[in-house]
Design a protein. Structure first.
Ligand SMILES: Cc1cc2nc3c(=O)[nH]c(=O)nc-3n(C[C@H](O)[C@H](O)[C@H](O)COP(=O)(O)OP(=O)(O)OC[C@H]3O[C@@H](n4cnc5c(N)ncnc54)[C@H](O)[C@@H]3O)c2cc1C
Length: 390
């Protein structure tokens, strides 16, 4: 077996899963290189813990990508600038790379600048610093209106904005000031967690209603006036005192500049294999557009990036050294943190026909414990060989 080269772009959940699983499967049969602009792996799921202060140090929750060498993966810290998919050639801030197989796992970029006023007025919950800051403000807030704003779809983790709203309610209730603070969530979606189906959406809407969290659907924000603390929607306006925002998401610039994206804004792939239209080029995770049978797209979630990474690794390993191929089946799950030490649980098959089949289980202490264990286990398993995360 002659040694092949595999280049994985992006050291998030999808990229690290692909690279480590592949290196494990093929050993000396391939050289596996992973490129990321940051030297550390950080799971955004920890942002929820930063808000509630269950985790107080984002850097402590991060793992070193350089440690992947112990798993047979060479890490290069560089900014990916341009991809020649036909040649599987990548231009970066540290020179160019070519490979027999290319896996694109660059995630989604946050683009707060797409909504005028958003960057200055909103605390960005999807950045660790923003989630930390939001936790600090909620710890001292005395009264007023908190708005949780989903600026655009799609966005990472369909549950996360709802969790932020539910956790905000929980924090304020435990501080004994909930009656003095209104909590509202604004979203362009017509129901929560759109791709999970109507039943799950209704359950999440019920969780919000039970806690007197205002749910304002089909509200697309056009502008934020930070000075007047006002949100401007297509046909509506709203006032706030504290704005917690989820900014628009766009495909990373390198993908857009390389012609890999289509009219969806993301990289189209075959659902079962994550192949792009270019031979031996795959795209996984948030950057990939996996079309569901009902016409919607697979939600951006780490649980999918993880499984897609495994599938792609298996199929590249099979191409290099033989063995069975694998298929992405669309099974997924998520824990929805509702505060008070409890989480709900949704799970099912997103590639079911004619539409995703997803069930919802009521909040429990056990699901919250499972969520914490799952998040920590992902961080540990992806970045360490000895059970530590750095
Ligand atoms: C608050 C929050 C909570 C969440 N909770 C959950 C959860 O409970 N369960 C769940 O399944 N999912 C959750 N998610 C979603 C999950 O984090 C993402 O779906 C997942 O990280 C996607 O993995 P990925 O590998 O595609 O991208 P990422 O993990 O985002 O990795 C992309 C990598 O590419 C790198 N990169 C990007 N552009 C370049 C470039 N030009 N050059 C070099 N490197 C580059 C980035 O630095 C990054 O390391 C949550 C997300 C958020 C924001």
């Amino acid at each position: 077996m002659s040694s092949k080269s595999v280049l994985v772009l992006g050291g998030g959940i999808g990229g690290v899963t692909t690279a480590t699983h592949l290196a494990d499967r093929v050993g000396a049969g391939a050289s596996v290189t992973l490129i990321d602009r940051h030297p550390t792996f950080y799971q955004c799921a920890h942002n929820l813990e930063l808000l509630t202060r269950e985790t107080i140090d984002a850097r402590g929750a991060a793992g070193r990508l350089g440690a992947l060498a112990e798993k047979g993966v060479r890490f290069v810290e560089a900014d990916v600038r341009l991809i020649d998919s036909a040649r599987r050639r990548v231009e970066t801030s540290h020179g160019s790379f070519e490979a027999d197989y290319l896996v694109v796992a660059l995630g989604a970029d946050l683009a707060p600048e797409q909504v005028p006023g958003f960057r200055d007025a909103a605390i960005n919950l999807y950045e660790a610093d923003g989630a930390t800051r939001a936790g600090e403000v909620l710890a001292t807030l005395e009264r007023g209106r908190v708005a949780v704003l989903i600026a655009r779809t799609p966005f990472k983790c369909p549950a996360a904005p709802y969790e932020f709203a539910l956790l905000t309610d929980s924090i304020l209730r435990h501080r004994g000031i909930r009656d003095a603070v209104a909590v509202d969530l604004y979203t362009p979606e017509w129901q929560p967690m759109l791709a999970a189906g109507e039943k799950v959406g209704a359950e999440v809407a019920r969780l919000l209603a039970e806690r007197s969290i205002g749910f304002h659907s089909e509200e697309m924000v056009l502008k934020v006036d930070g000075a007047k603390r006002r949100l401007f929607f297509e046909t509506d306006e709203a006032e706030y005192d504290l704005l917690l925002g989820i900014p628009p998401h766009i495909a990373p610039a390198a993908l857009r500049a390389s012609g890999l994206t289509d009219s969806s804004g993301w990289v189209p792939v075959a659902a079962g294999t994550l192949r792009t239209r270019f031979p031996d080029v795959y795209a996984i995770g948030d950057a990939a557009a996996v079309r569901l049978h009902n016409g919607l797209f697979l939600p951006m979630a780490g649980v999918f990036a993880f499984q897609e990474g495994l599938v792609v690794a298996e199929n590249i390993a099979a191409a290099i050294g033989g063995g069975p191929s694998a298929e992405f089946t669309g099974e997924g799950f998520c824990y929805i943190d509702v505060g008070d030490g409890r989480a709900a649980y949704g799970s099912g098959n997103f590639l079911a026909r004619p539409a995703p089949e997803v069930t919802f289980e009521a909040p429990s202490v056990e699901f919250k414990r499972a969520k914490t264990e799952f998040t920590n286990a992902i961080s540990r398993s992806l970045t360490s060989t000895d059970g530590t995360s750095s």
